[in-house]
Design a binder for this molecule. Sequence first.
Ligand SMILES: Cc1cc2nc3c(=O)[nH]c(=O)nc-3n(C[C@H](O)[C@H](O)[C@H](O)COP(=O)(O)O)c2cc1C
Length: 307
Amino acid sequence: MNPADVHLDVQLGRLRLVNPIMVASGTFGYAREMAGLVDMDRLGGILPKTITFDPRPGNPPPRTIETASGMLNSIGLDNDGIESFIERQLPYLASLGTAIVVSVAGRSEQEFIRMAARLDGLPGVAALELNISCPNVTGGVDFGTDPAMCQRLVAGIRHTCSLPVLAKLTPNVTDISQIARAAEAGGADAISLINTCLGMAVDWRRRRPILGNVLGGLSGPAIKPIALGAVYRVARAVGVPLVGTGGIASIDDVMEFLVAGATAVQIGTANFYHPTVSMQILDALPAALGELGATCVADVVGTIGSG
Ligand SMILES: Cc1cc2nc3c(=O)[nH]c(=O)nc-3n(C[C@H](O)[C@H](O)[C@H](O)COP(=O)(O)O)c2cc1C
């Protein structure tokens, strides 16, 4: 297969991406920070840092710490609120030639819906990702751990807003497939998984937690097997497309997620230590798909056999 003949575009429900490589919320700022390093127009999509209705200062420092094979963060959705986002960040994001999937988090169903209604129809907003999975704030994660609340929230947003909706799930549940089925029943166009895994770091000499908020979310290479397992299981439970996230840092990682059942991927923590990783992955993607005899991304999605 000639790599030039491989089609990279993918469909996430009503959202079409020119390729399956996106960057994950909270790891790419509002994109401006990465200009000069990354050719934004080549990306399949950008997820800016999650926004909330009101500005939030986030959690007390320290808020990040390196671990043996990843990082722990307890940022706590530090952001300037939706109106500041629309005024200060969206014009730049809208000028980029890629899909902007705005990540939103509400403290209540009403707040989620108010945010979705406000963003609906604004130039440059291609879709919403519902962050119902941040381990570092109280409240919002309930929508990602209770199937009935999850379904009602997604349905409520579908009812009031015409944008495609992605639901981003947490791995910090007993059965992620159950939550995924609820998101699908509510009308989600696609399901993103996973957000970070709850963890902590300890300074034993001081007998203290290291993070100011005590607990944080683990990300990076350490969580890739957890994310792959989640994608594999959820792919067997729902019919909607999946977006795989967790420890992706190379073309091999991307191919593993696609074969396991993801239609697209998001690169997160790797952006911090290898800012051009998404470009290298895009360079390598057509040949990797061609190696499996694929003419398009869909040809490999979920094609994994049994052990
Ligand atoms: C510093 C940091 C901040 C994050 N902030 C957000 C956020 O605002 N919203 C969100 O949905 N996910 C957030 N995440 C989670 C990532 O988007 C991603 O789901 C997770 O880190 C797993 O992917 P990775 O291992 O490739 O980083 C954050 C992750 C990190 C490391």
